[in-house]
Design a protein. Structure first.
Lengths: 241, 137
């Protein structure tokens, strides 16, 4: 029995350390991929605890291998959009301007029942109340209500804004890399982006941590931290497209 | 709330943990093969010697080789148990003890079968840690 007890402590400490190092996330926030890795770790840990004829290494090695692979994939996902899309998938717009996109619904195997249930959870009881409904990669539904959109537009008009755009904010630059498709979606090109950056005294796009264009036409840019810097710099400007 | 310094410490800890994991995995891939090859290299000549003596009808002479085999297995038991299924090394150990007893009572036919089982168990353990296609599938 003492063997079982000691083996349990060793496996517990290993799993504790690995789960802690893999990042603190609640199950509801997990990507399906994260959940699968967590389940695999739990399974790899359970057998050597109870099976005393099995070396502990048979449990520890798979756990460490999963930890290494998971961290490597997470690192590559941070560095590459393609790998992130491959691992996590892409958010899918299910409702656009109050209209349910049937093809998107079918492609994501989301039923109308699921959609209305998720909307009810967000205190939305009619699809017509929704301006945008986006199925996020972790399976949750983000909702932009029509009245919220209208209020935002009214406040812009009050401030004398020239344009109103009915769309969520768009990420144009991520980790120093320009997202061409996003640029095209907002009617910009690389040259116009560069000129906007220059106007904000940013010479090189690779120094930009992120740049996103809000629905009111505000371009928000945060530059990457330089060595010794502790506070990130956020710059904004109105963009006329 | 975590501060910037804490993030840096966390990154250092994570990278260190990854390096340690990599070293442990590399060791676990290399060590079993080395240990079992070494064990096999030391035991196989003694086994051949013991089998030759038994076949020649000189069973008492095989006792010395079998005792040395048992000593080698006992000596390496702990490290082998750390890296291999415990049942494998237990089977080897029991076979060596049985062989020793059979040699003492001159039971040639049983002794030959036990010595052969030690050879096949060793071969099985050696094959199980080789990176071969049929091991991976």
């Amino acid at each position: 029995m003492i063997t079982l007890f000691v083996r349990t402590i060793i496996i517990y400490l290993t799993v504790f350390a690995v789960v802690r190092l893999m990042g603190k996330r609640q199950i509801s926030d997990m990507q399906p991929f994260d959940l699968v890795v967590t389940l695999l770790i739990a399974d790899a840990a359970s057998e050597p605890i109870s099976e005393t004829s099995m070396p502990l290494m048979y449990g520890i090695i798979p756990i460490l291998a999963l930890f290494l692979l998971h961290k490597s994939v997470a690192f590559l996902s941070l560095k590459s959009d393609g790998i992130r899309t491959l691992v996590c998938g892409k958010p899918v717009i299910l409702i656009s301007k109050g209209i349910v996109l049937e093809k998107a619904l079918r492609a994501t195997s989301y039923t109308l029942g699921d959609l209305t249930e998720q909307l009810r959870i967000k205190d939305v009881f009619s699809i017509s109340e929704v301006e945008y409904g986006i199925l996020e990669t972790n399976g949750s539904l983000s909702v932009l209500k029509k009245d919220e959109q209208k209020n935002a537009q009214q406040s812009q008009q009050g401030k004398g804004a020239k344009r109103n755009r009915n769309r969520p904010s768009v990420l144009l630059v991520a980790d120093g890399k320009v997202r061409d498709k996003a640029l095209a979606a907002v009617g910009m090109d690389a040259d116009s982006l560069t000129s906007h950056l220059k106007a904000l005294k940013i010479r090189d796009v690779s120094t930009v941590f992120f740049a996103c264009l809000d629905s009111d036409g505000t371009l928000n840019i945060q530059t990457k931290l330089k060595k010794g810097e502790s506070n990130p710099k956020l710059k904004s400007m109105k963009v006329g497209l | 709330m975590m501060k910037n310094g804490s993030f840096r410490t966390m990154t250092v800890i994570t990278i260190t943990a990854m390096i340690i994991s990599l070293i442990i995995i590399a060791a676990a891939c290399i060590l079993p093969n080395i240990i079992i090859s070494d064990l096999s290299k030391r035991i196989t000549p003694l086994l051949s010697d013991a089998i030759r003596n038994v076949v020649a009808g000189n069973t008492p002479a095989s006792l010395e080789s079998i005792s040395r085999i048992r000593a080698i297995i006992d000596e390496n038991k702990n490290i082998v148990m750390m890296l291999f299924d415990h049942n494998g090394i237990k089977a080897l150990s029991y076979a060596a003890i049985t062989a020793e007893e059979l040699a003492r009572i001159n039971d040639d036919s049983q002794l030959l079968s036990v010595l052969t089982s030690i050879t096949s168990e060793l071969e099985f353990m050696q094959h199980s840690c080789e990176a071969r296609l049929f091991n991976l599938l």
